[in-house]
Design a protein around this ligand. Structure first.
Ligand SMILES: [Zn+2]
Length: 314
């Protein structure tokens, strides 16, 4: 088969491919232990996420890996069977909240109500409350500095909701790049970022993993490894990132150019994820919490006053 992104949507699942071999070599500088995470949400038509999520479950099973799945409340309501299957197959089920809006646009009252409702629905379904929460778009920014206190109140042990750099979508420049504790006690696990010139990019997931050219991905891998020796690593993806059969979906939150970017180039996702899992051990965040918490330092948002001045808390 020709090695053309988009034409090999099932190749990567039958075993090693040249693309996944190359990806594995590119990821070699990264640590042997990490956490594979998924944000389970629909992209366009309801129902497509389930099939792609099951392909990810199969991928993890073949690799003998366990991960953390942050499930959006809409999916929990529409497909309880899928959520139960994720748990049954050995993975941690955590919450991606209710509604897929930037936290600052939700505001504290709606965020509190939606987060509690999403938590309760998952708790009823699985018989235990989720320990983890992830914000849409990593939108725990200075404009949503009220969110960690609400997560503490809701009983969440950890959050992986923050991009510790400037970003055109959502970021918190100046926040720590390794796990830290919010004043209310919630552990934050910032998305791993690599450095390219003045930018820091969340290279190990989503659009970045799909679009970054191989040489650029290698640069980011090496820069993360050099700056975060002994640090915790995690990856992220969405079911649609590997759904090469889906047509263009015009997303109100992305504009036309963004919608096209989200649509194209889904072929590289599977081989790259497969390469990442090769020779590496993934455990859910929940299984690593004691060690992550023990290594985390406390951090106060005013430790990054420049970031707060740039965008006052809502
Ligand atoms: Zn999401």
């Amino acid at each position: 088969m020709p090695d053309i992104p988009g034409t090999q949507k099932y190749q990567g699942e039958s075993g090693r491919t040249r693309a996944s071999d190359r990806a594995a070599r590119r990821f070699a500088p990264l640590p042997a232990e990490f956490t594979f995470t998924v944000d389970v949400e629909e992209h366009g038509a309801t129902g497509r996420a389930a099939a792609a999520t099951r392909r990810l479950l199969d991928l993890l099973e073949r690799a003998g890996a366990r991960g953390t799945f942050f499930v959006l409340d809409d999916v929990v309501r529409q497909d309880a069977g899928l959520v139960r299957e994720v748990a049954r197959r050995g993975h941690e089920v955590a919450s991606h909240g209710q509604g897929h809006l930037h936290l600052a646009d939700q505001g504290p009252a709606a965020f509190r109500a939606g987060t509690l409702a999403a938590r309760d629905r998952l708790a009823d379904l699985l018989g235990m409350a989720p320990q983890g929460y992830r914000a849409p778009y990593f939108s725990l920014t200075p404009r949503a500095a009220w969110a960690p206190a609400i997560l503490a109140e809701a009983g969440f042990a950890y959050s992986s909701s923050l991009l510790p750099a400037w970003s055109p979508l959502a970021g918190w420049p100046g926040a720590p790049r390794q796990p830290f504790l919010w004043p209310g006690g919630v552990l934050e696990l910032p998305v791993p970022v690599g450095r390219v010139g003045p930018l820091r990019l969340p290279f190990l997931g989503g659009m970045y993993l799909r679009w970054l050219p191989p040489w650029r991905l290698s640069t980011l891998v090496r820069s993360w490894a050099a700056e975060n020796r002994g640090g915790h690593l995690w990856s992220y993806c969405h079911p649609y990132d590997l759904d090469a059969g889906e047509g263009l979906v015009r997303r109100a939150d992305a504009g036309l150019a963004g919608s096209v970017m989200l649509w194209l180039n889904r072929g590289p996702t599977m081989p790259r994820l497969e390469g990442l899992l090769r020779g590496r051990r993934s455990e859910p965040f929940a299984a690593r919490l004691p060690a992550l918490r023990a290594a985390a330092a406390a951090w106060q948002p005013q430790d990054a006053p420049g970031a707060l001045r740039a965008a006052p808390a809502a």
